[in-house]
Design a protein around this ligand. Sequence first.
Ligand code: ADP
Length: 485
Amino acid sequence: AEIRLNDNSLFKQACYVGGEWINADSKETIRVDNPATGETIGSVPRMGAAETRRAIAGAYAAMPDWQAKTGKERAAILRKWYELLLANQEDLARIMTTEQGKPLAESRGEIAYAASYVEWFAEEAKRVYGDTIPSPAGDRRIVVIKQPVGVCAAITPWNFPAAMITRKAAAALAAGCTMVIKPASQTPFSALALCVLAERAGVPNGVLSCVTGSASEIGGEMTSNPTVRKLSFTGSTEVGKLLLQQCATTVKKTSMELGGNAPFIVFDDADIAAAVKGALVAKYRNAGQTCVCANRILVQDGVYDEFVSRFAEAVRALKVGDGMAEGTVIGPLIDQNAVAKAEEHVADALAKGASLVTGGERHPLGANFFVPTILSNATKDMAIFHEETFSPVAPVFRFKTEEEAIAMANDTEFGLASYFYGRDIGRVWRVAEALDYGMVGINEGLISTEVAPFGGVKESGSGREGSKYGLQDYLEIKYLCMGGI
Ligand code: ADP
């Protein structure tokens, strides 16, 4: 491996299926490149339907024993996994930055965040409570029990190569389900390293498997195989809709964490320094490549100019560089398509009357780098108002009234994260309730935590991850009616 690691066994170029590390039947592979340098890091198996079928069969075979363990026994294994993730935080972060590009400090943060889901669900594994319901008939008793959904499949994206896996897998395993994961082809090494540590933690063979390769073939098998009872997907709305259709034939449960178009609203009475700080993290974290990134910044008339000028000062200071370099805050985008999309959004906005405040172009550091950008005087007819840019481009829109801000914020088919800054307590409640979003950051730009329910409404998806609700998505409700008493 070209990645300098303390423990080289974390770098795997094979898939983990039914407790074995194997190659594709065809021996074909997919190359993985470093987005900062373009250098090849290594390759992973190019698996398809046949290998996925075997992984699913392994997950099915592992179900009875895993399900029969007590919550406390599953918790002990998850706890061990959590501890191993933290003990190997530095190596996992280096693997992540090398394949994903994000600054090393952010990768370390993501490993801690990914581990926090494992810790949380280890604790929750012991708290799968049922219900007793007073019966309308004296000779009957009504009891509700919770049981694992069964074999689950997960398809995950490249923007959070570790956390998007643990918040699905830890919940599934805690509930007593088994899971087959297909990570994004850009970032498979983080996923495979998580499996090395799961194996080391004592997760039994077949309980967790990971297949890399053809998205359509693996996804096709996961969605059509009747053994799979649930699919959890994080990725684009376009692919999510396709997977939902595919899951319909076998009526699988689904959790869909899809695209966003987050508004970030700044009212006249906001603490502007706090709003600038919040906007920086909400917009530019992971170079703008998160589904909860502020996509549209809406600022009230009275503070518009002040906000834009203070925001611009902060954005000009963001250091762009290779994620491995000391002090880098903005790494490369994932690939050429991502850079092209940023360029198109800027060109479209400028053509329709936006003003370029800062940035707006590719960065000389390399093909995948883009300069952090602010566009002022943005308007609703621009593509960036409607589309998730997934880049370090921040369009700033102007509004006059609270009603106008809410209408603009909700004028999208998406409904994942939203943010607003203001101090008036009445307005805080009104706006929080009026925003058609699954999550609202109020005077706060960084809202993700394992203890709170993450998820969206409208075309941003369904289901919640993390928190006590996250476990319920992997449990079925069974009603027992006992008569003859
Ligand atoms: P992004 O734009 O973030 O890459 P995608 O939705 O394209 O989002 O990808 C998210 C995940 O979905 C990745 O693991 C990708 O390989 C997978 N994927 C893409 N297309 C399909 C498909 N047709 N069937 C199943 N999985 C897919």
